[in-house]
Ligand binder design. Structure first.
Ligand SMILES: Nc1ncnc2c1ncn2[C@@H]1O[C@H](COP(=O)(O)OP(=O)(O)OP(=O)(O)O)[C@@H](O)[C@H]1O
Length: 230
């Protein structure tokens, strides 16, 4: 059984008289340790996919199973608990809380977990170390560069040791050099910490860092050859 399994997942939205169907009976298997990138024209449903996999939104039809748990069957409150333990979300604009330090921003998701104070401290320190920011623990977001802020966002996404990390255009607002640093970091987290990753991007160079490349178009997935099409 794959770590993430989508079976016949559909999701539509109604806008006035129009119905849009970003996901039309899609199937997807993501194996543990996979690094999958997802591209596709704007508005095709890439964020919608991340939202249903992370339990932020519910599909209209179909089932989603993560590590043997059918999340499409969970109640709202169970889903919130499940998400805190199993799912890390990296945003385009990191959404850090400005009045909290780097350490406190990363610590935040661990407050939902049953951990001792010592375990919590260790988790935060390990996550900061993994993204190379141990020396910025006491800084506030405004005292960090854009790339450093994104690394705090990444540390926050991995601190709970989730089963899956999803990233929605994590390099979308960074300059080329910083984007490349974040790409290497994501690759390293996948390879060295075996973090299963699903990355949405508009940039084909970013998509190529993944071991598997998918496109979403007109409600369906299309698998691309490794390395992408020249
Ligand atoms: N909550 C919602 N209510 C109504 N329509 C929605 C909602 N969420 C998404 N949509 C619509 O569903 C379609 C898919 O949106 P989605 O954000 O998933 O696309 P996307 O591929 O991530 O786009 P982009 O690349 O521009 O970020 C769009 O037409 C969007 O307007």
């Amino acid at each position: 059984m794959a770590l993430v399994e989508l079976r016949n997942v559909s999701k539509s939205f109604t806008k006035g008289d129009d119905t849009i169907q970003p996901l039309d009976g899609v199937n997807l298997d993501i194996e543990e340790g996979d690094f999958v990138s997802l591209m596709g024209p704007s508005g095709t449903g890439k964020s919608t996919l991340l939202n249903v996999i992370s339990g932020i939104d519910q599909p209209d039809e179909g089932t989603i199973t993560v590590d043997g748990v059918e999340i499409t069957k969970l109640s709202r409150s169970k889903l919130a608990d499940w998400r805190a333990i199993n799912l890390g979300y990296i945003f385009q604009t990191h959404n850090l809380i400005p009045v909290l330090t780097t350490y406190e921003n990363v610590e935040l998701p661990t407050l939902l977990l049953k951990l001792t104070a010592a375990e919590r401290r260790q988790r935060v320190q390990l996550a900061l170390q993994a993204v190379g920011l141990s020396d910025r623990a006491r800084h506030y977001p405004r005292q960090l560069s854009g790339g450093q802020e994104q690394r705090v966002g990444i540390a926050r996404a991995i601190v709970a040791h989730p089963k899956v990390v999803v990233a929605d255009e994590p390099t979308g607002s960074l300059d080329t050099k910083t984007s490349e640093q974040i790409q290497s970091l994501l690759q390293r987290l996948n390879r060295e910490l075996n973090i299963t990753m699903l990355l949405v991007t508009h940039d084909s160079d970013v998509a190529k860092i993944a071991s598997r490349q998918l496109r979403l178009d007109e409600g369906k997935f299309h698998e691309q050859l490794p390395g992408g099409v020249a």
